[in-house]
Write a new protein. Structure first.
Length: 210
């Protein structure tokens, strides 16, 4: 009988660096560190610490699950690039999990909308169906129920009923990725819903090899 898959999930799409190791349905190690910057320097050491704590090596992993956003542009790129590089070196799949799917996993209230906080009192929301998502002002959701990891003052003022997700972001990412092993063969790509705040470079963009 095959053993339960070992999945390493991680996410740096917001002001955190989070990772979780999942064996089957069991969380072996879960770490969540709040940080506004420094995820690029912290992510790989954190993943190494998770594996050491669990007593396993990189080669034992069956899959990588990575948060693809929406969220912080730089943070999303850090995790997605790390996942694609590690998976290529290990020869295992890297499975992208967007924040909406992570929030919806094992949701208690199936009627609630999944929301990710965005800058300037906005929310990233995903409409019904498979639409990629949109950016809306918090006040447009006044009085509604949302599943969201953060309850901001603007959300409280608008009277939103905020339900915390069932699992922390890295654990949910690993769980969704584990369900998709053998099904999702595409490489993870960032989910960007709004344009970047930074001005575009005047230099020609590099060619991305597919």
């Amino acid at each position: 009988m095959p053993s339960d898959p070992l999945v390493l999930g991680f996410d740096t799409s917001a002001a955190h660096c989070a990772a979780a190791l999942l064996c089957g349905n069991r969380v072996v190690v879960s770490v969540h560190e709040e940080m506004g910057r420094g995820q690029a320097e912290r992510l790989m050491p954190l993943l190494e610490e998770v594996l050491v704590q669990a007593g396993v090596t990189w080669s034992a992993l069956d899959a990588i699950g990575v948060g693809t956003g929406p969220g912080n542009f730089t943070g999303i790129r850090i995790s997605v690039a790390a996942a694609r590089g590690v998976a290529l070196g290990l020869g295992c799949p890297a499975i992208g999990v967007n924040g909406f799917d992570a929030l919806a996993h094992d949701a208690i209230d199936l009627t609630a909308s999944c929301a990710v906080t965005a800058p300037r009192d906005h929310l990233y929301m995903r409409p019904e169906g498979d639409a990629p998502g949109r950016l809306i002002p918090v006040e447009d959701m006044a009085g509604q129920t949302v599943i969201c990891a953060t309850n901001t003052p603007a959300m409280t003022a608008a009277g939103l009923r905020v339900i915390a997700p069932t699992h922390p972001i890295a654990e949910a990412t690993a769980r969704v990725a584990a369900m998709r092993i053998g099904q999702d063969t595409s490489r993870p790509v960032p989910m960007y819903i709004r344009p970047a705040d930074a001005a575009p470079s005047r230099d020609a963009a590099p060619i991305i090899l597919s």
